[in-house]
Design a protein around this ligand. Structure first.
Ligand SMILES: Cc1cc2nc3c(=O)[nH]c(=O)nc-3n(C[C@H](O)[C@H](O)[C@H](O)COP(=O)(O)O)c2cc1C
Length: 174
């Protein structure tokens, strides 16, 4: 099972729509996925699911268990302030340590309003995942200027679609 993680807890995020788009392409290729959307995090999770409270928030546990159970994860990574969203790091901090994502395989896709397409966001996240022992797939599409290239739930940019399809095909084999 491949789990797609929406890397922000913002309501009605573009990241969630991109996750749905990826899920539909995986399905066309005969691969089932599930989605963990950080918008579903309990609002008090920093005070109820971390550190000495680790493991004691059932809603948080259900979300992190989907990460622990997956052998492959695809992260939708929006660019926030030149990096990935802080809530994603906080979610990672609430996973089991050190074994939470060790030996799993990850694919990343970056999205941004501006021109960078989350390049630094994905670089920062790759450092963390590699530190934790997760293998990060090398092809990481950078979907810049997302508002101009994602219309009515579909990527309209030919190059972006080629990159996404290649990433998905090769990640299935990875
Ligand atoms: C808190 C915040 C910070 C952001 N920082 C950047 C940024 O540094 N560079 C950029 O190009 N876009 C930035 N954006 C825009 C997002 O990258 C853009 O909306 C993204 O494509 C999708 O974010 P979403 O999943 O929250 O909708 C920011 C958005 C938010 C909410």
């Amino acid at each position: 099972m491949i789990t797609i993680v929406v890397g922000t807890n913002r309501n009605n995020s573009v990241s969630r729509q991109i996750a749905n788009y990826y899920q539909s392409i995986f399905l066309e290729k005969g691969v089932d996925t599930n989605i963990v959307d950080l918008v579903d995090l309990p609002h008090d999770f920093t005070g109820t699911a971390l550190y000495e409270n680790n493991g004691s928030n059932e809603i948080f546990n259900a979300m992190r268990n989907k990460v622990h159970a997956a052998n492959k994860l695809l992260f939708i990574v929006p660019e926030y302030n030149g990096s990935f969203p802080g809530v994603l790091k906080t979610f990672i901090d609430g996973l089991k340590y050190p074994e939470g994502v060790r030996d799993k395989k990850a694919a990343l896709v970056g999205i941004s309003s501006g021109v960078q397409g989350g390049v630094f966001a994905m670089s920062h996240l790759t450092d963390i995942f590699n530190y934790l022992g997760m293998h990060v797939f090398a092809l990481k599409p950078k979907l810049a200027a997302i508002e101009r290239n994602f219309i009515d739930g579909k990527i309209t940019n030919t190059l972006y679609n080629q990159l996404i399809n290649t990433q998905i095909d090769k990640f299935i084999e990875f």
